[in-house]
Design a protein around this ligand. Sequence first.
Ligand code: GLY
Length: 314
Amino acid sequence: MRYTAQLGFVGVLFKDFRWAKEAPKSEMPLIVSTWHTGIKANRAAWDDLAKGGTAIDAVETTAKVEEADPNNQSVGLGGRPDRDGHVTLDACIMDHKGQAGSVAFLEGIVHPISVARRVMEKTPHVILAGEGAKQFALAEGFVETDLLTEKSKKEWKEWLKTAQYKPVINVESHDTIGILALDMQGHLAGACTTSGLAYKMHGRVGDSPIIGAGLFVDGEVGACTCSGLGELVLKTLGSFLVVEFMRQGKSPTQACKKAIERIVAKIPNYREAQVGFVAIDKHGRHGAYAIQPGFEYALKTTTQEIIIKSKSYL
Ligand code: GLY
């Protein structure tokens, strides 16, 4: 019901809606973001990207829109907490030269994606985690903020009544936010940000801050990011796998499909979870594939602004 209403709303607003397929021709620049909320987020980066701005700036700007939205309970401010009531954030960013930065298990900072970018640009490391990541963020001028909103707190208190750990198959709303962009210079970049699995064990880190799992970019081939249950992506190094399939000549959709087939072949309980990959190649072709129906991504180019619904294994 809610899903139908959302699609209807998007359809009215953006007039176009279709199943995932390869882009008919190369379009540069372009930006894709997971889920329907990506339409609004992509717009925040578009003007700059269309004027020749960089893909790395575009993916950071887009991620920040999602992180700052308290109604988006899968990332940043308002993210659902772990089972002990802590909102812990994972994010990573990567550019066409293979430079990467990441934060894991970060608390109290609204924009983990920007901290990840500082890790990439200002440290000799790739990943900073937990208290160390927070101290780095504070030293860089980020402000500590209570990320647990009243809405997320109320839902968590309700969950505590049974405290049953059961990951939800998210097919109808949104989840981890992944963003990929190709700029007018032909450079690729990607970003990925999440508050992770709701009511996870304290200390759990998902796929999103792990380069090659939640995100991978190879400037000479393509880029991939994903949404869904991180444990399945971690065990198959999903985004790296998709880029490697593109390197072997597969289209973005074919590459995403093959990575989903790898999960299906290797992980017995895949039916209980959702994973959706979205990819673009260096020519600007894009595509997606998921385990379950319902995965979608928002595409923006100079000629299109649409939600594309992914095909799925099940
Ligand atoms: N994909 C996000 C997570 O599992 O944490």
